[in-house]
Design a protein around this ligand. Structure first.
Ligand SMILES: Cc1cc2nc3c(=O)[nH]c(=O)nc-3n(C[C@H](O)[C@H](O)[C@H](O)COP(=O)(O)OP(=O)(O)OC[C@H]3O[C@@H](n4cnc5c(N)ncnc54)[C@H](O)[C@@H]3O)c2cc1C
Length: 542
């Protein structure tokens, strides 16, 4: 990238930057993207992992926002059915809750209408008995019934990666571990960025005719560097989630419930885990590493025990957790949860385009807005094409053909030595890229076995290293394989041989290996414990 002048350089490899990279490249623009950490290591691996229209925004009368992101759900699903799946959501109707019976029934109907939901996925209402049949763990006291409607569950980091990978197929050049340190100006216009490769400590200058700042919670940090942080600015709010094993929290039905303090939270089953969240508190500390505090954990345990009182969950039941920052647009006089989730574009005199706010769900539309501005400046008349571009791994005969695709392709995994179940799991996770994972297993079976690793895990590591730009073990365990949050027991069990295997395959030197291991261990500690617990433990050790 430093050898040519790009049409567009995107700063930030979260879902917003990924979407822009795909949109711009698909419109024929020479596109580059730099991400200072791993792809999706910012907010885009730390969300509630739902592609949703935001039912609660209806209460704030944000009809336009609900309609726009609501209709996006079906598009995101269709373009990547291996990353997104429909999830029936139960909304318990409770005494003094957010919704009365009529407003819930009406609200859900409006929601379905705005989001143009298909007939078979439209909402239905339940009486108390039927609601308890759906989810027997629910609080009985004050329960009057429920509404059931469809949302979509996703893996945010994988959605980001699949978008990034697809943009590469259109000629884009995204790189991770490349931090923008400064802008370069000519005649008052931003014409290039100075970038540091944080793995090899090299510096580059990348010239681009148009620079888009999609740095999520860091958008204002870059606007400050650009001298254009005027007017509206960001307000960061933190949200945390707790993960429990399904044996301890056997939730049958995803539930969106009222909390005693007048907020709403999700409890969602995922494989053999259940996760609950989230909090929404104003955040002003270090942006790169928001942590779960004692207060955050107590709050989520409290609301879980309130809605599912039989469980009596304690901190010992928390298997993993994560904390993320919402990059919201500040609104005078509004509390954290009242601030709109709308996105906003800021145009600087220097030519820098910044885009922030919004949601994972609306990433395609956000990308369209940013790329439309570039297209206009370039005088290109190419409409946004991404509605009909499947993401990487999404060539699976559409959402309706995906189940058959999984069944008919599984033999390829079996040929590589996996069991049928394992082969199907790989296809469900990687979609039409699964044959590449199988090919790695076939080619390096001996090495994987010698490393003492299961074939499936070995194949995933090789695929992550060779085809998904994973650099560190944390990149693998967190953003490539989703194990740090939903498979902590797997992480504990396999981390030693995985580290040895990755070191050998990626050729880390001893210093790199030591720092990568340290990073992984730190993140495991923070996923299992609160910030206070980790600090106390570190103080005792030192
Ligand atoms: C707790 C929580 C729950 C949420 N739940 C949902 C949900 O269920 N559904 C939904 O639709 N949305 C949800 N959201 C919102 C959604 O996650 C965010 O809107 C979205 O992920 C933001 O993506 P982004 O790309 O703008 O930011 P990010 O993902 O943070 O990406 C910005 C990237 O820019 C990089 N960067 C910053 N500075 C530089 C630099 N100088 N050089 C190079 N790179 C740089 C960062 O490292 C980062 O990776 C949730 C958010 C939170 C916090």
């Amino acid at each position: 990238m430093s050898r040519e002048t790009l049409d567009v350089l995107v700063i930030g490899g979260g879902i917003t930057g990924a979407g822009i990279s795909l949109d711009a490249a698909a419109r024929g623009m020479k596109t580059g993207l730099v991400e200072m950490q791993d792809f999706a290591a910012g907010t885009s691996s730390r969300s509630t992992k739902l592609v949703h229209g935001g039912l609660r925004y209806l209460k704030q009368y944000e009809v336009g926002l609900v309609a726009e992101v609501g209709t996006e759900r079906a598009i995101v699903y269709e373009n990547a059915p291996h990353v997104t799946e429909p999830q029936w959501m139960l909304l318990p109707l409770v005494e003094n809750g957010s919704f009365g019976k009529t407003s819930m029934s009406f609200g859900l109907k409006v929601y379905d209408r705005l989001a143009k939901v298909k007939k078979e996925e439209q909402r239905f209402m339940l009486n108390k008995e039927k609601t308890l049949e759906k989810e027997p763990l629910l609080r009985n006291e004050g329960l009057k019934g429920g509404g059931v409607y469809v949302e979509y569950r996703t893996d945010d980091a994988r959605l980001t990666l699949e978008t990034i990978k697809r943009s590469i197929e259109f000629g884009a050049n995204p790189v991770n571990y490349a931090r923008v340190e400064d802008f370069v100006y000519e005649n008052g216009k931003a014409v290039a960025v100075k970038v540091k490769d944080t793995v090899n400590n090299k510096e580059y200058t990348i010239y681009a005719n148009h620079i888009i700042n999609a740095a999520g919670p860091w958008v204002d940090t870059l606007r400050k560097k650009d001298g254009s942080n005027f007017g509206k600015h960001l307000r960061l709010t933190k949200g945390i989630h707790l993960v429990f094993d399904r044996t301890r929290f056997p939730l049958r039905q995803a539930t969106y419930f009222d909390t005693p303090d007048g907020r709403m939270a999700f409890a969602i089953p995922r494989d053999n885990k259940t996760y609950v969240g989230t909090t929404d508190t104003v955040y002003e500390a270090d942006i790169a590493s928001p942590r779960m505090t004692e207060e955050d954990r107590s709050y989520v345990l409290e609301i879980s025990n309130y809605m599912f009182p039989e469980l009596k969950l304690t901190k010992e039941d928390v298997e993993s957790s994560w904390a993320g920052l919402r990059p919201l647009i500040y609104e005078e006089g509004k509390s954290a949860s009242e601030i709109s989730r709308k996105d906003e574009v800021f145009l600087s005199e220097t030519g820098l385009i910044s885009i922030a706010g919004g949601k994972l769900t609306g990433y395609r539309k956000m990308a369209e807005k940013a790329v439309d501005i570039v297209a206009e400046r370039m005088n290109i008349h190419a409409p946004c094409p991404t509605e009909h571009i499947h993401l990487s791994g999404g060539a699976v005969d559409g959402s309706s053909g995906f189940d058959t695709y999984v069944k008919t392709q599984a033999y390829l995994g079996e040929q590589a030595g996996l069991s049928k179940d394992e082969a199907e799991q790989v296809i469900e996770f990687y979609g039409s890229n699964a044959p590449n994972v199988f090919a790695h297993i076939k080619k390096q079976k001996k090495d994987i076995e010698q490393a003492g690793l299961p074939l499936k895990l070995g194949g995933q590591i090789l695929y992550a290293l060779e085809e998904e730009m994973a650099v560190t073990p944390l990149d693998f365990f967190n953003r490539r394989a989703a194990l740090l949050f939903f498979g902590m027991n797997e992480v504990d069990k396999w981390k030693e041989p995985v580290l040895a295997f990755m070191k050998k395959k990626a050729g880390w030197n001893e210093t790199q290996a030591a720092s990568f291991v340290e990073e992984l261990e730190t993140e495991i500690r923070y996923a299992k414990h609160t910030e206070e617990e980790v600090e106390t433990e570190s103080a005792v050790l030192s």
